[in-house]
Design a binder for this molecule. Structure first.
Ligand SMILES: [Zn+2]
Length: 332
C-alpha cells in the first residue's frame, strides 16, 4: 500500500494560529509508523497549470500566482495568502493526481494532503485553494470514466456539488453536519438531493451510531446501482468528538466501520479507489482516525482504543432523514 507524501506538502501552511497547519501530514506519517501501519511512501510531481485549468478559471489561477509572488492579499477571509501559495497548492494537487495513477494500477492510492472540497472554479475559500478532487474528476472524466465521490468530512463538499451536482456521469455524495449549524451554511441540505447528488445532513451531536446507520443504508445500494469506474473518498475526521471545528461525536470505531463497509464493496467490484484526508485538526486524533481507515482499506489491523467518544442517542431523527434522502435519491 502506497501513501503519496513528501516534505513539499508541508508548504501548504495557512499559519501557526490557523487550523490548517502544514505539519499535519508529516505528523500523521510519523504516527502511522508508531502505530505499526505498513506502507510505502510514493513521491510525486507538482500539478501542471494545464491540469489545474481543468477545473479552475484562468483568471483565478493568475490571481493565485500574483498572490504567490507578492504574499498578499488573502484568497478569502478564512484562507490567507502567502508567498509561494501557488506552488504549495499545486504540490498538493499533484499528490492527489499521483494517488489517482497509483489507484489505477494497484487499486488504492492515498494523499493525506488532498480533499480541498470548498474551492470553487473561480475562487478559493474555506481553507481550500485548488480543488484537487475536482481536477482529478475532470481528468478521469476525459478518460471516459464514471466517477463517484463520497465525502464524509464534517462540512458539506459544496465546491464539488456546485461543479458536478447536476452532471449525471459524476455521482456526488456528502455526509456532513447539518449545514444549518455549520459552514458552509448555504448548501448541503436534503432538498438538493437527487439521483446523482446526495446530501446526508447529520444533526449536531450525531455519533457513530447515526453515521454508520446512514452510511450503510445509502452507500451499498448506491454503488450497486451506479457501478462507478472510479471512487474518490474524502475521509475527513473533523466529525470526531476530539475535533473542535464541528459538533459531531463520531468515534474511531465509527470511522473504521464505514471504511470496512466501503473497502469490502470496492474490492468485490474491483473499483479503483483514492483516499484523500479532508479535515481533522487535533493531533493525534486526526492521525489515528485516518490510520484506522487506511488500515481497513488495506486489510491491516492496528491496535488503539476505538470507542473513544461519549455519545448520546439522538433518537429517531436520523431514521427520518435517511428515509427522506433515500426517497429523493431513488434508493427505495
Ligand atoms: Zn471539514
Amino acid at each position: 500500500m502506497k501513501i503519496v507524501f513528501s516534505e513539499k506538502l508541508s508548504l501548504l501552511h495557512l499559519g501557526n494560529n490557523h487550523p490548517m497547519r502544514g505539519d499535519r501530514y508529516e505528523k500523521a506519517i510519523q504516527r502511522f509508523y508508531e502505530l505499526g501501519l505498513n506502507f510505502e511512501i510514493s513521491d510525486f510531481s507538482m500539478a501542471e497549470e494545464s491540469e489545474i485549468a481543468l477545473f479552475h478559471t484562468t483568471d483565478y489561477i493568475q490571481k493565485v500566482k500574483e498572490i504567490s509572488r507578492k504574499g498578499y492579499p488573502d484568497i478569502s477571509p478564512d484562507t490567507p495568502g502567502f508567498k509561494g501559495i501557488y506552488e504549495a497548492a499545486a504540490w498538493s494537487v499533484g499528490a492527489t493526481l499521483k494517488a489517482v495513477e497509483i489507484a489505477k494500477q494497484e487499486g488504492l492510492g492515498i494523499n493525506l494532503a488532498g480533499g480541498w472540497h470548498h474551492a470553487f472554479p473561480e475562487t478559493g475559500r474555506g481553507f481550500c485553494i485548488f480543488s484537487d478532487t475536482g481536477i482529478s474528476i475532470q481528468k478521469l472524466r476525459k478518460e471516459g470514466k464514471k466517477v463517484m465521490i463520497i465525502d464524509y468530512d464534517a462540512h458539506h463538499g459544496d465546491g464539488i456539488q456546485r461543479a458536478f451536482g447536476e452532471e449525471e456521469d459524476i455521482i456526488t455524495v456528502s455526509f456532513h453536519q447539518d449545514p444549518a449549524t455549520l459552514y458552509p451554511y448555504l448548501t448541503g441540505y436534503i432538498e438538493e438531493t437527487h439521483k446523482t447528488n446526495i446530501n446526508v445532513p447529520l444533526p449536531p451531536l450525531s455519533g457513530s451510531e447515526e453515521f454508520v446507520y446512514a452510511f450503510s443504508e445509502i452507500i451499498p445500494p448506491l454503488i450497486n446501482r451506479e457501478s462507478p469506474d472510479f471512487l474518490i473518498v474524502e475521509m475527513g475526521v473533523d466529525g470526531h468528538c476530539g475535533c473542535y471545528v464541528a459538533n459531531l461525536s463520531i468515534s474511531k470505531a465509527g470511522y473504521r466501520e464505514v471504511a470496512v463497509i466501503l473497502s469490502k464493496i470496492v474490492k468485490e467490484k474491483g473499483i479503483p479507489t483514492v483516499l484523500v484526508r479532508g479535515g481533522g485538526f487535533v493531533y493525534p486524533h486526526y492521525a489515528d482516525a485516518w490510520a484506522v481507515q487506511i488500515a481497513a482499506f488495506d486489510d491491516q489491523s492496528i491496535e488503539m482504543p476505538l470507542n473513544d467518544c461519549i455519545t448520546k442517542s439522538i433518537g429517531t431523527e436520523i431514521h427520518r432523514i435517511v428515509k427522506e434522502v433515500k426517497s429523493k435519491a431513488g434508493l427505495n
